[in-house]
Design a protein around this ligand. Sequence first.
Ligand SMILES: *[C@@H]1O[C@H](CO)[C@@H](O)[C@H](O)[C@H]1NC(C)=O
Ligand SMILES: *[C@@H]1O[C@H](CO)[C@@H](O)[C@H](O)[C@H]1NC(C)=O
Ligand SMILES: *[C@@H]1O[C@H](CO)[C@@H](O)[C@H](O)[C@H]1NC(C)=O
Length: 341
Amino acid sequence: MWRQVILISCCFWTLTEAGAPCGLQMECVPQGLCKRSAWDQNAWPSPCQRSERCCHSSQMLVIGAPLNCGKSNPNGLGDKVEEVVEQAKPNEFPWTVALMQDMIYFFGAGTLVTENIVITAAHLMQDKTVNDFGIIGGAWDLNQLSGKTIQLRTAARIVSHPGFSNVTGANNIALIVLAVSFEMKPPIGPICWPTFGVSFDRERCVVPGWGKTNSRANNYSHKQKKIDLPIVSRSDCEALLRRTALGRSFQLDPSILCAGGELGRDACMGDGGSPLMCPIPGHPALYEFVGIVNSGLSCGLQNVPAFYTNISHMRPWIEKQLNDELNKPYKTFPIYDISFD
Ligand SMILES: *[C@@H]1O[C@H](CO)[C@@H](O)[C@H](O)[C@H]1NC(C)=O
Ligand SMILES: *[C@@H]1O[C@H](CO)[C@@H](O)[C@H](O)[C@H]1NC(C)=O
Ligand SMILES: *[C@@H]1O[C@H](CO)[C@@H](O)[C@H](O)[C@H]1NC(C)=O
């Protein structure tokens, strides 16, 4: 009996290193690089690292993606600051970047998914060219952008979804390809892709951002906020929103998911483009990328969830763009040790 226990625990804990084979024509690859994992992650412990997938060679993507993703800093980095409710710690979320018009005026946020790709909302890019704005990584207080943690970048290309509708919020996603990659070292790092096939319904997730704290606030928040809110299922969301000004025939676009609907707890003006991210079960400091702040009727109204672009739904489009734009073999990326804390 003891022998069996030891055998089982041996197999749970001996994880295969990155790039190692995990079956016939199968390899452990970073999760963003496998279209469809061969392992049912819920039924079997994967032989690969948690942020990797055991992937058949036919399903592997040849694009850039770092291995070490989604690792937040729950206690913040740098000097200790006073704890404030619904305020993020300094550099708590290393993938949240600020978009600055003329490098001066904050107008929205984005999410770093690889060293040189930021994902944001298409509505923020509607009237923008690459020369109009800068991208700031490692920021927390936007009034203090001179620190050592700050990295400033410019855009080389903007790829907005051609199906974006500024009326319905459908396909509200854009990729910003950076002219020069961010240096992937603390406090800057990428978020994880959402686990394949997980719906996230009713999970409590987090939105960081520098927007207004409520619809009556006069200005944006210079220190980063963080709001926690639940994901709302499609059917519940449609039912709730049909009771609003959207009317009884309202239908949610397939590219949108809903979250929120709790009094006073919501994304608000200025949070556009920020990630909606969910803690990976069992690893509360690790986050996966579930949505992009898209739009809403107001902020923080009870039973009125807001709209987020559904990243899982957008994955095929994102992957196509990454393949077209980059075509970088992932093995050129540094390989990190993954430790869960
Ligand atoms: C929506 O898009 C149309 C056409 O691209 C544009 O003329 C209009 O100003 C946009 N509306 C808003 C609110 O941005
Ligand atoms: C707006 O900005 C001013 C100056 O930065 C600040 O004093 C004030 O507290 C801010 N108001 C809100 C509601 O955040
Ligand atoms: C997001 O999209 C995926 C893929 O289309 C879907 O399976 C999932 O249910 C959607 N999530 C929500 C909360 O609607």
